[in-house]
Design a protein around this ligand. Structure first.
Ligand code: UDP
Ligand code: MG
Length: 323
């Protein structure tokens, strides 16, 4: 077994496809996963499996080590993270280590069926740089997960400039040029689905029905999912910061109309309760001014956020010239 130092970047390119598989307490799923992918993909082209052990506390590491020398399986790289950093960080680390001409992030629980990969490769060979795998039915998910996913996609796609395709998880094929582009994005708070989509490139799609988890149980708690959703929304849009200006301006407009109504009703019908109209109008006006002030701050903070995260200004797909 070759042991690289944690910071070592020495690796040669690999003429094939890298499967990036984050694992967290998945000792029970690993052997089955390796056998299934080998069985489904052997002979298609070269594959390597890059396992990212995301701080597992069970036998995940030993289980992977025990099958690393099995020649009947695809070559395996194991990256052990020092603790549980979460799937988004694990995937980022896998992309950094993967050497293939294309990479495919996959779950270890066989919910991302390896049988779909030949179709993805076909579309990739036909020219697509990204091939998404879209779930056409979510009946395997609980009612809560289905509804919350629907609400999330609706809010996300209304709020952001770059809508993400619905029901497409991390399971997708990414060409080497896409991976290199993704690696230029160095931000800490990562929402991979948004990043995969942000980089652009020609995208194609295959569809599938997601099977139930093969072994073990989901590693996503409700809180982790909520955190991921909020990360997604807040890293992809500054609208929550800026919306206050628009709300404030709307409130100014409404309080002006309300002011006029009070003015004319007082002229026509006389005063109702002394002091009421002026108090309400003052509250409305200052509330609106506060909102506008918050919104203006939001405009600045949104711009500061764009600056500090330093996403590339653009990504070049190709350059043609005549000399
Ligand atoms: N995972 C991980 N770190 C985490 C949570 C999950 O590496 O903190 C891995 C997990 O081992 C699995 C994949 O991410 O290979 C997807 O997790 P899971 O199947 O629990 O998600 P679900 O299918 O329920 O959305
Ligand atoms: Mg799963």
């Amino acid at each position: 077994m070759i042991q690289l130092s944690p910071t070592s970047k020495e690796f040669e390119k690999f003429d094939g496809i890298s499967l990036i598989v984050p694992v967290y307490n998945e000792a029970l799923s690993i052997a089955q996963f390796c056998q299934s992918v080998t069985c489904a993909l052997k002979g298609l082209c070269n594959f390597e499996i890059v396992f990212i052990n995301d701080g597992s506390r069970d036998d995940t590491e030993r289980t992977i080590e025990s099958i690393m020398h099995d020649d009947s399986l695809f070559p395996i790289t194991l990256v052990n993270l020092s603790r549980n950093f979460g799937k988004e960080a694990a995937l980022a680390s896998g992309m950094q280590r993967a050497r293939g001409e294309a990479v495919i992030p996959m779950d270890v629980d066989l919910q991302d069926p390896p049988e779909l990969i030949p179709e993805m490769i076909e579309k990739w060979k036909a020219g697509a740089k990204i091939v998404n795998a879209r779930r056409i039915d979510r009946s395997e998910d609980s009612f809560f997960k289905r509804t919350s996913a629907k609400i999330f996609y609706y809010i996300y796609n209304t709020m952001t400039e770059y809508p993400i395709p619905k029901n497409v998880g991390d399971f997708r094929l990414l060409d080497r040029v896409v991976v290199e582009s993704i690696l230029t994005i160095g931000e800490r708070s990562r929402f991979n689905k948004g990043i995969f989509n942000w980089v652009g490139y020609e995208t194609s799609e295959v569809t599938f029905s997601r099977p139930n988890r093969d072994t073990g149980s989901s590693k996503w708690s409700c809180w982790k999912l909520i955190k991921l959703a909020l990360d997604g929304l807040f890293t992809s849009s500054t609208l929550p910061l800026r919306i206050w200006t628009y709300l404030g301006l709307t409130m100014v407009f409404l309080s002006m109309i309300y002011g006029l109504i009070i003015f004319f009703t007082t002229l026509i019908f006389g005063r109702d309760v002394p002091g009421y109209a002026s108090t309400v109008l003052l509250i409305l006006t200052f509330g609106a001014l506060n909102m506008i002030a918050l919104g203006i701050m939001g405009e600045y903070i949104g711009r500061i956020y764009e600056e500090v995260r330093q996403r590339p200004l653009y990504i070049i797909r190709s350059i043609n010239r005549t000399f």
